[in-house]
Design a protein around this ligand. Sequence first.
Ligand code: TTP
Ligand code: MN
Ligand code: MN
Ligand code: MN
Length: 382
Amino acid sequence: SRTTESNKTTEDTKFVCQRATPLKHHNSKFTDALEILERHAVQITRIEEAAKLSSVGSHSKKVIQDILENGSSTEVQGIISSDFFKSMEIFSSIYGCGPATARKWYEKGYRSMADVIQAVSDGMKLTEQQAMGLKCYSDLVQPVPREEAINIKDIVVKELNTVQPNCTVELVGGYRRGKPSGHDVDILITHQDDDIVEGLLAKLVARLEKLGHMLHKDLMVGRNPHFENKNSYLKGVKGIADGNKRQGGHMDSLDHCFCMFQVGTTSESERLETTQASPESDKTGSCTDTCPGGSGGSAVRRVDLIVTPPKQFTFALLGWTGSKQFNRSLRDYAWKILKIKLSNHGMWDHNHVPPRQIEASSEQEIFDELKLEYREPQDRNA
Ligand code: TTP
Ligand code: MN
Ligand code: MN
Ligand code: MN
């Protein structure tokens, strides 16, 4: 058996961060099945118990065995075809609806989107996020092509430059890992001057709002930069917490704005023409007739804007590039093998008392520090 201080990492490939994981990796048959299992575990677990997912681990072996022997897992197939899982997947696909709300709706007897829409018209209360999520549902389920993500990033760069020149802006998330499309656009921003970073996000958001790009926003600023306790962080931000549990993202305390973004609406005359051409739009939450952006505009997209102090930028870049599974593995490895705590804010060596902070100015340096072979973003698609 291994001790934590041992350095036997060369022949040990237990952690997925120790291997290259390109977009199409040969394990996807297994990882897809295990992801279903994990999503299901998250869904059957109440929000307070969501941390205790240890049962997933004990299941995994059985599932893998089943896939090896039979080509698929009967347990996972069973989950996928269950009423409960289907409803939970539908409800959780609404922005602002996490497993807790989805489960509540399931327990009320709702099974489909139509049931939820009916309940809303019968007076069921939604959070602001859920209301927006439902209104713009048909837009938000459409994947965002890379070209559009780049266009949105370019708009952000341009407008940011009007409120604050010389910022660094990176398109992160799945696009940085080479994905051709994504479910949202993640944009990481920094400036070399700490004082300028403070208040920067608010200025940018105000500018984007003024131009009509922001249809909705969840703005979160001014948190303790080294905040590690997820639960107490989540306490104050119920709606966002719910929305993010579903994504399994590591919440951090960087200034961020989760928003609904629209590139632009067509001119007033074009809008009238469009309205006359198709006066009857469908009623199932289509963005054209219900979104504040109005008809004729471009699709509403989920955009995550994150602002980081210069010293934390590299860590935020690594964290926000993902994948989530890669991050999880990397953090797990760093802690279990090296006793180093890694987060979106930095890393701390707990072999010293008090823990010693390790700085890094490139992703390469972080990998070096963790005694791992460097992986390009496109090889972090675990
Ligand atoms: P996502 O945008 O959720 O995922 P993605 O870009 O990999 O995939 P998709 O195309 O579906 O959008 O998150 C991007 C990365 O940011 C992911 O690796 C997790 C990380 N993250 C954080 O570090 N903190 C957070 O609060 C959130 C929400 C995500
Ligand atoms: Mn993303
Ligand atoms: Mn995102
Ligand atoms: Mn996502």
